[in-house]
Write a protein of this length. Structure first.
Length: 123
């Protein structure tokens, strides 16, 4: 096994190593490699620093965060989104209106085809 293979295998196990999820035999191999390899130790420290930085992002958003974002979207979209609902069903359901128009056109086409002459009578 080449040195690059060993470095790659060890770096692939950093997450499990940091979380103590490695089997004892694998952990011993990683420890043994880290004792002799400065590159992998440096990479492990960078990995730990990155994970430490990301763990600070786990704070919950304030309670007014979502309403504030929705208000900004409402203002910037000039009232198209997150506005007050009106009519009986809220916003106009354009999908249903489109479907009804297609059905109406189909019914009109069928009626037109049924009422048109299908045969030509000799005169």
């Amino acid at each position: 096994m080449t040195a690059n293979d060993v470095h790659g295998r060890v770096s692939d196990q950093f997450s499990a190593y940091v979380e103590n999820d490695l089997p004892p035999a694998d952990k011993a191999q990683v420890d043994q490699h880290l004792a002799t390899c400065i590159q992998c130790r440096t990479d492990l420290e960078r990995f730990r620093a990155t994970i430490g930085g990301l763990s600070k992002l786990k704070h919950k958003a304030p309670g007014d965060f979502l309403p504030a974002i929705q208000q900004q979207i409402h203002v910037r979209s000039r009232g198209r989104f997150f506005g007050k609902r009106w009519l009986l069903f809220g916003r106009i359901p354009f999908e249903w209106i489109s479907l009804l128009m297609i059905v109406a056109m189909l019914v009109y086409y069928i009626i037109t085809m049924m009422s048109s002459p299908t045969t030509v009578t000799p005169g």
